[in-house]
Design a protein around this ligand. Sequence first.
Ligand SMILES: Cc1cc2nc3c(=O)[nH]c(=O)nc-3n(C[C@H](O)[C@H](O)[C@H](O)COP(=O)(O)OP(=O)(O)OC[C@H]3O[C@@H](n4cnc5c(N)ncnc54)[C@H](O)[C@@H]3O)c2cc1C
Length: 518
Amino acid sequence: MIRTERIVIVGAGLGALYAALELAPRPVLMISPEALGDGASSAWAQGGVAAAMAASDSPEAHAADTVSAGAGTVDADVAAMVTRVARDHILDLTSLGTPFDRDAEGGYVMSREAAHSAARVVRVQGDQAGRQIMETLIAALRATPSAQVIEGALATRLETDGDRVTGVWIASSRAPSGEVLIEAPAVLLAGGGSGGLYAHTTNPPRIRGQVIGMAARAGAQMADPEFVQFHPTSFDIGEDPAPLATEALRGEGATLINRHGTRFMLDVHPDAELAPRDIVARAIFAETQAGNRPMLDTRAALGAEVLTQFPSVAETCARAGIDPVNAPIPVAVAAHYHMGGIAADQAGRSSLRNLWVCGEASSTGLHGANRLASNGLLEALVYARNAAADIATTVPLAEAAPVPVAFPEGGQDPDPEAVAELRRTMTDHVGVRRTAEGLETALRTIARLEAAHADDPSFLNMTATATLIAAAALAREESRGGHWRDDFPDPNPAMAHRTLLHLSEALALRMSVLNEAQ
Ligand SMILES: Cc1cc2nc3c(=O)[nH]c(=O)nc-3n(C[C@H](O)[C@H](O)[C@H](O)COP(=O)(O)OP(=O)(O)OC[C@H]3O[C@@H](n4cnc5c(N)ncnc54)[C@H](O)[C@@H]3O)c2cc1C
């Protein structure tokens, strides 16, 4: 056991880095599984950050779009708070050195994305927002003496005393190792979402709901776990994870066609390709299921500019042998963003004392049943700052020596076959279209895999999150936002509220499914 006065931050994405900078000069210890910045969704973000920066736009309009996209379960106070401060965060990222795209007059170049009533997404070099923001913050963090980073470590469990978190267990992420307990005055979880729990995902391989599951297993309250956003347009080129064809392409006028050349979104929604994500995702899924091979056609809208305006897209096309100037890009639906997660109040506090959360691991009420495009990075920024400010009022400023860590022998990596089966089960039965029968099948499979690997905390973190998603999806007998039930295709007005639950309740539901099967 190691005792430190440092605030422990689990993760090294946007939320973690920004919080560490906000906390300075308070000493922090950041747990980063990879080299700083690698393996985080943040670095892969292409579109940008939503913020009402244009004179013709307003935080109120941004909040209204957020509430409307969220399909009846957004916390309007949260949406108002987040959109009000969005501008300040963009200005602060700019002063840290983020090279946002600017027009000739120095104004921010804004992209239009789905379900936004205005062009409202600040971007960097077309589709490089995530990478550039992360590089800017990493450079700032490297110059911050109060921040210590342990690279090559991951958190496996929280240590608790009643409802108080007292520390974090960590292990090596580079080779199987035993765990070390780090006791600390405060823990901030910034470990990202759950997309990688699905076989078809846009998320980096490490983002598999482990940090959400860890908090759930420690008894923290969870919110909205059933709400997973599926991105309509990942490249369908057989890669895991599936590269993203950013929504900004549709914002620029790219269309969705099938192998017959039919622009199928015109019959689905008045906003066609710019309809809310869940609607576009289900339409693409239907085309795939029908063997119609959906494709994103950038030819008329962008021509050769797709190569210069969207370098990540161009790079993926080159790797896959696709020439987007002359041919449409094959696309498929992929798990992309988890609206649910660890329940957090506006200060980023979880239900456990000494435990804060920010970014995609949290569920704050901003996204409701369906996240508005590019509100993810914004939420990570806002809650990193809010949590840091709240921690600073709670934890006295103290000197802290660097923490020495040596991992003991032992431990194991999660069994790759079990992980693959878990991910397949999630895609097959807990994906873009759900039924009671499929969800029950998933819960039985998750329970079996969990029982067979009960000594592996990292795997148990994944199965905890998978159980929460599947159980809450089974309990929500309606369709709303990212959650679609074939057996309950309509929204039920009586269910227009958030889900709040503990892992124990999800496990009880799972147990009742197992008992029924016997
Ligand atoms: C391809 C892609 C494109 C996107 N585009 C956009 C966009 O344009 N705009 C937008 O707003 N949002 C976008 N999103 C969503 C957005 O990127 C994320 O919601 C956001 O980056 C989350 O930030 P975070 O700091 O919470 O998590 P992340 O950036 O995912 O960081 C999580 C960190 O936790 C670490 N970690 C994981 N498990 C553990 C563990 N057990 N112990 C310790 N550390 C752990 C990871 O290694 C990583 O460092 C996109 C997501 C993807 C995948």
